[in-house]
Write a protein that binds this ligand. Structure first.
Ligand SMILES: [Zn+2]
Length: 106
C-alpha cells in the first residue's frame, strides 16, 4: 500500500518549502516522486506559441519532489506524521497515523 496517494493532504518536510501543506496532485510511483500543489515551484521560460494560445514569458509550476520529503497530514495531530498500515477485521487495509493512531483513510 502506498504511503501517499493522489488527493492526500501532505506536509513538506524539508527543502525550501519545509512546513508547507498542500494536496498531492500526482504520484509518480516509478520515480518515487510526488507533485504537491504549490510546493517545489520552479520557473519555466516559455516560448510564445500563438497557435496554442500560449503567451511567452516565465511560468511557475510544480516540479515533482521526492516522496520521502513529504508526510501525510493528520487532522488530529495538525501536522505531518509518519504512517503505519493497519489491517481491519474485514481485511481492508487503512493507513494510520503513527502518532495518534487515527485512520488517515476515511
Ligand atoms: Zn495523528
Amino acid at each position: 500500500m502506498e504511503r501517499v496517494k493522489k488527493g492526500d493532504d501532505v506536509v513538506v518536510r524539508s527543502g525550501k518549502d519545509a512546513g508547507k501543506r498542500g494536496t498531492v496532485q500526482r504520484v509518480l510511483p516509478r520515480d518515487n516522486r510526488v507533485v504537491v500543489a504549490n510546493a517545489n515551484m520552479v520557473k519555466r521560460h516559455v516560448r510564445p506559441n500563438p497557435q496554442a494560445g500560449v503567451a511567452g514569458g516565465i511560468q511557475e509550476r510544480e516540479a515533482p519532489m521526492d516522496l520521502s520529503k513529504v508526510n501525510p497530514y493528520c487532522r488530529t495531530c495538525d501536522r505531518g506524521v509518519r504512517v503505519g498500515i493497519k489491517t481491519l477485521e474485514d481485511r481492508r487495509k487503512v493507513r494510520i497515523c503513527r502518532t495518534c493512531g487515527e485512520s488517515l483513510d476515511s
